[in-house]
Write a protein that binds this ligand. Structure first.
Ligand code: FES
Length: 151
């Protein structure tokens, strides 16, 4: 595994929130991504035959309602009953499939990123993105992280 692509320890992926980090697709600027434990979580032995990767999902942190708007408020998206909740207009996304199950973009899917678990560590292994660092993108764009957005 490429150590530069390390996201976090598997055991540090929270059950009620997400791990927020930055990626680049090689073009100008950075984008945000969120790593999330799916319904079965990352603790315990999981279901027979299930891999560590089956218990995780990774998405770009942008809503499918207004695609320049981040799902979270800057510290990772909140979770409710296995679903990610967009902090702006309350859309729900299934944490495992990325499908919007409720809200203005119902039926749309989040953009997925590939991750791999090796020796208890989660790595970004997506051909289209490289890991940049932990936490949110540091920019002056308050529009997507802290302001109320009008539909
Ligand atoms: S921006 Fe996510 S529901 Fe409107």
């Amino acid at each position: 595994m490429d150590a530069s692509q390390r996201i976090t320890a598997l055991e540090d992926v929270p059950a009620e929130s997400t791990v927020l980090f930055r990626v680049t697709d090689g073009s100008d600027g950075e984008q945000e991504a969120i790593l999330v434990a799916t319904e079965n979580g990352t603790g315990g032995d999981g279901i027979d035959g299930e891999t560590d990767e089956d218990r995780l999902a990774c998405w770009l942190n942008y809503c499918q309602h207004l695609t320049h708007i981040k799902i979270d408020k800057g510290s990772g998206a909140s979770m409710r009953n296995g679903e990610l909740v967009c902090a702006n207009h309350g859309a729900y996304f299934d944490a495992g499939s990325g499908e919007c199950t409720y809200g203005p973009c119902e039926g749309a899917y989040l953009t997925d990123l590939e991750v791999t678990v090796h020796d208890g560590t989660v790595y970004l292994t997506d051909d289209d993105y490289e890991y940049v660092g932990a936490g949110p993108v540091d920019d002056d764009d308050d529009l997507s992280s802290s302001s109320n957005v009008k539909i």
